[in-house]
Write a protein that binds this ligand. Structure first.
Ligand SMILES: NC(=O)c1ccc[n+]([C@@H]2O[C@H](COP(=O)([O-])OP(=O)(O)OC[C@H]3O[C@@H](n4cnc5c(N)ncnc54)[C@H](OP(=O)(O)O)[C@@H]3O)[C@@H](O)[C@H]2O)c1
Length: 222
């Protein structure tokens, strides 16, 4: 039952991190130009808003804020907006983006030491030499601020780095019956030599309109 996919985030006894990615059958999340509205259907977008409503904080990468200018608020369901976190070490995201300028929830702008945050955001600085450890350090910094339930909403680069750092509990991969055929990839993880090394997480899947949701437990292998 689809409700089961929300329970770990709603009732987690400790910090919990869920990532969600909407991809085509051929594993793309956007065209080469960055167009991604919409890969998945309406029921999948409602599911995403439910996850937002359950999360204390939502993390997105610089590429997503640059390309999509998202609001990252809860609109398709009832619930509170999460705090917004933009991972942008080089501070390349334009300061005019919604997350920095609208009257919505707080936005943390995560930048490397020596870089300024956008004027409308709070600054979270990290040593550039420590970027490999950024996923764990960022989650710790959010937990110190009382933000324990975290949704990582993309894009593919950001989610991949958090998976490679073993920082994600569950991945909600929503696969749409669509062939994009080129463009931005979903996951791109550290290279492996043989399929014996591939991750085989415990998985449940559910129909979601025309799409299919794969709820992967990255803490458990089958
Ligand atoms: N279909 C979907 O579900 C979905 C969801 C979200 C986004 N999208 C689409 O996906 C595209 C963007 O995705 P993307 O994969 O190209 O980019 P992205 O993940 O949004 O952003 C990647 C960038 O964020 C920064 N970053 C992320 N994690 C980091 C880490 N651990 N350490 C240091 N820097 C980190 C880096 O910025 P620097 O390069 O500046 O160092 C990195 O290049 C857009 O076209 C958007 O429309 C689709």
């Amino acid at each position: 039952m689809l409700l089961d996919t929300l329970l770990p985030l709603a009732f987690c006894p400790r910090d919990h991190v869920v990532a969600q990615l909407g991809q085509s059958l051929d594993g793309r999340i956007a065209t080469a130009s960055g167009h991604s509205h919409y890969v998945t259907g309406e029921p999948s977008r409602v599911h995403l808003h439910r996850l937002r409503a359950l999360a204390d904080a939502v993390i997105v990468g610089a590429g997503t804020v640059e390309a999509d200018d998202p609001q990252l608020t809860v609109r398709h369901v009832e619930g509170d907006d999460p705090v917004r976190v933009v991972l942008d070490p080089r501070a390349r995201v334009p300061a005019e983006r919604h997350v920095f300028t609208d009257a919505g929830p707080t936005t943390w702008h995560v930048v490397a030491e020596g870089r300024d945050a956008a004027p409308g955001a709070l600054r979270l600085g990290f040593d550039a030499a420590d970027m490999a450890r950024l996923p764990r350090a960022l989650l710790d910094a959010l937990a110190e601020r009382g933000l324990h339930r975290v949704l990582i909403e993309g894009g593919g680069v950001t989610i991949s780095r958090f998976i490679d750092a073993d920082c994600i509990d569950r991945l909600h991969a929503v696969v749409a019956p669509l062939l994009i055929g080129s463009g931005r990839p979903g996951l791109a993880l550290a290279e492996i030599e043989t399929l014996h090394e591939a991750r085989r997480p415990a998985c449940r899947s559910y129909p979601m309109g025309e799409d299919r949701l794969y709820d992967l437990d990255l803490r458990a292998s089958v």
